[in-house]
Design a protein around this ligand. Structure first.
Ligand code: ATP
Ligand code: MG
Length: 379
């Protein structure tokens, strides 16, 4: 790559693509976004287009002016893009990393073989082998689809062989399901790691992630945990990212166990909801460090700007209506909060429509402000 300003292509047009593009734009980097549908969040960018990204001609014309191509999600057609990349164009994370991550069974197996601590699991092709595995692990167990799951859709916790038998046909693909022991964790944590192609990396502070109805509700950083556990979480995250040779921003979801162990739940090969706090909370946001890492440019500090940052998600409440601003105006009246509205054209119950971040000195106070603003935003 020479010293002219590069062009980045992002496969995806949702909120993650939007927030990546925002950081690239700030640095004067040209950004193109390609989405299979006319996604709302990407609309503010002139370089956004929708098109059939499974069509090699569409992909080819999209990537041809790009110096670097990246993905907003593990399901973007990275392998297809890699096949038609111009010689001087790179794709990060690499298709190898993405193929290790996008199938949960392959991912867990790889992590376990690399020595990363993970919950006990087995890949089961048939309901009989799943029943044997569950009997062996002891109930409850978590059944997980290998591909395409998000926000807990695609998982089921079953407490008996009857429940397992009942859940199997609805969830299982031809290659079956992953069966995992139910981890009685004390907390869910997440750590973001930004890594350059040469392996240089920065590791963010540990985030505590609070789930409601299998979805991330709030994130507090730093997690209010023991120092030894925090160090363990960060080094486990770094090892997991190294194990898949991740380049760019990779998020690591972790379980903190009551005995102090930290287990890897899963990796996301991209900026992640649990790292949104970093836009206002950190010296360098996860999105900016993603852009820096894929360009092989110097990484920025992941340190917090204030003692505490809290992010609360804004989920849709209505169904099918266009977003409204009344609540947003109320949220803006809360001191010191930064609302983000993704620009999705219609509201759906439970859909991630935006988030709010607050930063400050006192954990409880900051949490209260973020919650207050997020609940006021009634799109
Ligand atoms: P997301 O998109 O929210 O990351 P996902 O659909 O990829 O979710 P997972 O991360 O596998 O699914 O699981 C979603 C949630 O289910 C986890 O955050 C955790 O709360 C719970 N969970 C997953 N695996 C286990 C387990 N083995 N034991 C206990 N709880 C689990
Ligand atoms: Mg997850």
């Amino acid at each position: 790559m020479d010293s002219t300003f590069p062009t980045i292509g992002i496969l995806g047009g949702g909120q993650l693509g939007k927030m990546m593009a925002a950081e690239a734009v700030r640095l004067g980097i040209e950004t193109r976004l390609l989405s299979p549908k006319d996604a709302g969040p990407m609309q503010p960018y002139s370089g956004a287009q929708s098109g059939d990204w499974t069509d090699p001609d569409v992909l080819r014309s999209f990537v041809s002016p790009c110096d670097v191509v990246t993905v907003e999600s593990e399901w973007a057609p990275a392998a297809e893009a890699a096949e038609i990349l111009p010689v001087d164009t790179v794709l990060w994370p690499s298709p190898q990393t993405l193929s290790l991550i996008k199938d949960k069974g392959v991912q867990k197996q790889h992590l376990r073989e690399a020595g990363c601590p993970v919950p006990e699991f087995a890949r089961c092709e048939t309901v009989e082998s799943a029943l044997d595995t569950a009997a062996d692990f002891g109930y409850p167990v978590v059944l997980k689809q290998y591909r395409g799951a998000y926000d807990g859709y695609g998982n089921a916790t079953v407490h008996s062989s009857d429940e397992l038998r009942e859940a199997w046909p609805e969830l299982a693909a031809e290659d079956g399901l992953m069966v995992e022991t139910f981890a009685e964790f004390s907390r869910e944590l997440a750590v973001q790691v930004a890594r350059r192609p040469n392996g240089e990396q920065v590791v963010y502070p540990v985030a505590y992630t609070e789930q409601r109805d299998h979805r991330c509700h709030a994130v507090e950083v730093p997690a209010d945990i023991d120092d030894t556990i925090a160090q363990n979480a960060r080094s486990t995250a770094r090892d997991a990212v190294e194990a898949v040779n991740g380049v760019g921003l990779i998020a690591v979801e972790l379980f903190e166990m009551p005995d102090g162990r930290v287990l890897v739940n899963e990796l996301a090969p991209r900026p992640h909801n649990t790292g949104h706090y970093s836009i206002e909370g950190s010296q360098t946001s996860q999105f900016e460090n993603h852009i820096r890492a894929i360009l092989d440019w110097p990484l920025g500090s992941p340190a917090l700007r204030a003692p505490v940052a809290v992010m609360v998600n804004v989920l849709g409440r209505r169904d099918g209506t266009p977003p409204r601003t009344d609540g947003l105006r109320q949220a803006l009246a809360v001191d010191g909060v930064a609302p983000h509205i993704y620009g999705k054209p219609d509201v759906r119950p439970g859909r991630k429509m935006g988030h709010v971040t607050a930063v400050g000195d006192d954990r409880e106070e900051v949490r209260k402000q973020a919650e207050m603003a997020a609940s006021a935003i009634d799109l």
